[in-house]
Every structure is written in C-alpha cells, then in structure tokens.
Ligand binder design. Sequence first.
Ligand SMILES: C[S@@+](CC[C@H](N)C(=O)[O-])C[C@H]1O[C@@H](n2cnc3c(N)ncnc32)[C@H](O)[C@@H]1O
Length: 287
Amino acid sequence: MSTALWEGGGHAESVLQSILPGGQLIGIDKDHEAIERTKERLKEYERSFTTVHDDFKNIKTILLQKNIAKIDGAILDLGVSSFQLDDDYRGFSYSQDAKLDMRMDQDENISAYEVINRYKENDLARVISGYGEERWARRIAKFIVAKRAVKPIETTFELTEIIKAAIPKEARREGPHPAKRTFQAIRIEVNRELEGLAKAIEDFSEVIKSGGRLAVITFHSLEDRIVKQEFRRLENPCICPPDAPICTCGKKPAGRVITRKPILPDETETNENNRARSAKLRILEIV
Ligand SMILES: C[S@@+](CC[C@H](N)C(=O)[O-])C[C@H]1O[C@@H](n2cnc3c(N)ncnc32)[C@H](O)[C@@H]1O
C-alpha cells in the first residue's frame, strides 16, 4: 500500500491521482474550514483519503493514532492559504477590512487582537522586526501603543492606517504595501509558524520510508532559511570537529537534498497565480 501525506488543499488531487489505486492520502490542516472545503472537493476519493485537524508538527502522534509506522512521502505546503487571505472575516489581509484575528486554527485563544492590544511595546517591535524584517518596526510598535492607549485597535484597516502613519512618506513610495511586512509578522506570531518547524522536518524525515521524499514549499525567506538549514543538517548531521580524522559521533545522514537550489514557479504558474511568485520548493530524499 502506498501512503502519502498532504497538508492544505491544492496538491491533494494530483497526489491522489498518482497513488491510486491502493494508495492512501492523509491531509493535515489546523484550519477547520480548510478541512471541510477539501473534504467536499475530494469527496469522490473519500475511500482513499482522510483528513486530520491538527498541526503537522504532531506528525508522529498523528501516525501513532492511525497505527501507521511509515509513510511513502509528504508535502508540507507552508504558510497561509488564498482562502484565508481572501475571506473577508479572517482578518489576515490588509486589503480586507475585518476584525483583527489571523488565527489559522480558530480553536486557539491568541489572535492578532491580543498581540496588537496586549503585547508590550518592546515585544511588538521584536515580532515586527524579527518576523517581518521591517526596518520601521520600533516606530510602528510605538504608534500602536499610543493608539491603543486611546481605544483598543479592533480591525485590519485601523492597524493599516497606524502602520501608514508610522512609516515616513518617502519610505512608503516604493516597494510593497506598507502594511505587508507587519501583517506577515503578526500572522507568524499568532500561528507560531516558525516555532517547531525544524523539529517537524526532522520528525517527518524519521517517518518517511527509505527512498521516499519530503517536499516543502515555503513563501518567505525566514521559513525557507529554516528548511534549507534543517535539510543540510539532516544530510550531514556529523558533529565531530572538522579536523577529526574519523567520525566518532555516530550520527548518520537521514536524507539527501535533491534540490541544491530551490525550485521556483515558472512564468505560466505565476501568471495564473500571482501569490505563487514567492514560493520555493525544496526536496529531501530519505536514505
Ligand atoms: C499555502 S496553504 C496550502 C494551500 C493548499 N496547498 C491549496 O492550494 O489550497 C497552507 C495551509 O496550511 C495550513 N497550515 C499552515 N501551517 C500549518 C501547520 N503547522 N499545521 C497544520 N496546517 C498548517 C494553513 O491553515 C493553510 O490552510
């Protein structure tokens, strides 16, 4: 039996087509709506795939509960989906007015509202600078704290206006939308997107059969850096001093990176889907 793992929605159908007959696909997403939508979309395959509402970092527990020892491969399609960005009530997007939310998993307690209204100024600046790589992070944090002292900041448009006011006009003239970096940062913080990513990749490498592949698609440099470094470590885990004549640490490679450079979308794909522009695909083949 062939077993594959998929996360999200878009790739599931082509994976299913390549593993049928006989294969099984498990779809993991921490967003209830993504699960429901995909179940509906793929109902004709219902005997060949199951969905799990969970964080993919819990892959070992998920497989244990399903009594599955090893899988043939996995795709991790990271980040936020178009549905989440475009839904006018999820609060992910600076171009839709909505309550500040940004939770992928709506069972979680901490939403963007809590981050924006409760974090200390220093912590806000750290998040916006660290996860958004925003050079005006300190000013944005200061403006947020000043504004919320008057009244809580409740909506995406309120936040966007504060960010615009905080970034000097000349700096806003070029580049992406001025709120893009801050929104990315808050979303990463709310969903703890980078926390545990390296460990999740290691866990996947341990549950995929020899010869199987782990494919990871990222959408920004911070997550791509983690994937690249973790793949490199799994390929060469030896921790012996570089001048040691022989390896004594005993750590063996878990896989071989088959994408020296990440695979990028071609023009046809980016013409069809503008958001694919920032996607990078890296693949580790398990030894
Ligand atoms: C880029 S989208 C995938 C989109 C999908 N491939 C499609 O084309 O519709 C990312 C999805 O992964 C989910 N997600 C992100 N991080 C996750 C995690 N750590 N655990 C489970 N699901 C996650 C999000 O909720 C979102 O639905």
